[in-house]
Design a protein around this ligand. Structure first.
Ligand code: SF4
Ligand code: SF4
Length: 375
């Protein structure tokens, strides 16, 4: 006869999860402590909903379920082939690998709901359980580590020895007693490559990320202007950033995912000029089931301006001038001014000077004045 734990694992695999592990439902004291330290150092400043209360709750299953006994953590490998057609000489912006797939929040949640149903049937019990997929309410990575799915990399992502850090995680807190797995004994050792290679120095020390400096945060969660000093460091990333994962030697040896659960939604790059001319309707249709919808059209256009300013694509000057004149969003107009200032041809300077005559928004005016050469 199969044990409960065997059923838990087999059912998870049959639904399509590559990884499954079990943790007890005790508080994650070390992770709560680390998260609170990051909070006190203002590293989470730009994520207002991630307050102290929420961080403590995220590591405390008893605050999330009436009588929690175990946390089942699952993972899906999402590593895909790199697009060979990508060329930095084109007017392209890069998309992080996770965002090239369907929105994992939706997919993993659906899978976990099905999993919970099947588990109830198979174990012939009613399960009280709650599902979490990276919505900030549960420290999934901490429970994944405790459940033996991998170790915390110094870049703060979970690393699994088979799938590297290319994994979507989800968790089910349940009221069923299960024998937990042991955490793995591996760690990053002396490697510090991700810390060294991060272009914005966002990994301020091992296992400590200043979200306000991270390109992922800046291009996705940040709703306002991108800090002036960080823009030149962002390269051509327009949604997320994979540099610290790409550079990680553990990820070097990882095979492409054989998991067919996820549908690919975009390539690893998008045409930047196309983004500047994209309508709201087009954006909503194209990214309806993609994580990219999170940044909203104006966020994506803001990011496209920064990428164009960094790659200095002269072919994009007319589109940037149009954006400065006609875009409805002052955020986007302001960043297009910055991009024109970075490309810095006479045509750019002329367009910036003319825009001073009709622009009224104080933020955009400030950006234009900064982009013009000091007299
Ligand atoms: S995602 Fe990019 S910016 Fe963020 S820590 Fe990693 S390398 Fe740095
Ligand atoms: S690059 Fe090195 S330090 Fe960073 S997560 Fe990978 S193994 Fe760890």
């Amino acid at each position: 006869m199969k044990t409960r734990e065997q059923i838990v694992v087999e059912l998870a695999k049959s639904i399509g999860f590559d990884l499954v592990g079990i943790s007890d439902a005790n508080e994650l004291n070390d992770h709560i402590k680390n998260s609170l330290a990051a909070y006190e150092l203002n590293y989470l400043e730009g994520i207002p909903w991630l307050n102290k209360e929420r961080l403590i709750k995220g590591g405390s299953p008893d605050q999330l379920l009436h009588s929690p006994k175990s946390v089942i953590v699952v993972g899906v490998n999402y590593k895909k082939h790199k697009d060979d057609s990508y060329s930095t000489s084109d007017s392209n912006g890069r998309i992080a690998m996770y965002a090239q797939w369907e929105d994992y929040h939706l997919v993993i949640k659906k899978m976990l709901n099905e999993y919970k149903e099947n588990l109830q049937k198979e174990l012939s019990i009613k399960i009280d359980g709650r599902i979490f997929v990276d919505d900030g309410s549960l420290l999934e990575k901490g429970f994944a580590e405790k459940a033996g799915l991998g170790w915390f990399g110094k870049h703060t992502n979970l690393i699994n020895s088979v799938y590297g850090s290319w994994i979507f995680l989800g968790a089910l807190i349940t009221d069923i007693e299960l024998v937990p797995n042991e955490p793995v004994k591996k760690n990053c050792g002396k490697c510090e490559l991700c810390i060294i290679e991060c272009p914005t120095n966002a990994i301020v020390s091992p296992y400590q990320l200043d979200a306000n400096k991270c390109i992922s945060f800046l291009t996705i969660e940040n709703r306002g202007a991108i800090p002036y000093d960080l823009r030149p460091l962002m390269g051509d990333w327009i949604f997320g950033c994979d540099i610290c994962q790409d550079i990680c030697p553990v990820n070097d040896k990882i095979d492409i995912s054989q998991n067919t659960t996820f549908i690919e939604k975009t390539t690893s790059y998008l045409d930047l000029v196309g983004i500047l001319y994209m309508s709201q309707e087009e954006f909503s249709t194209r990214f309806s089931k993609s994580p990219i919808k999170r940044t909203k059209l104006r966020g994506l256009q803001r990011n496209a301006c920064v990428a164009l300013g960094n790659t200095k694509q002269k072919e994009a000057i007319p589109a940037l001038i149009d954006t400065l004149k006609n875009n409805q969003s002052e955020l986007v107009r302001g960043h297009s001014a910055w991009a024109l200032g970075e490309i810095d041809t006479p045509e750019c300077q002329n367009a910036l000077k003319i825009s001073l005559e009709y622009e009224n928004d104080p933020f955009v005016l400030d950006e234009i004045n900064r982009a013009l050469p000091v007299k």
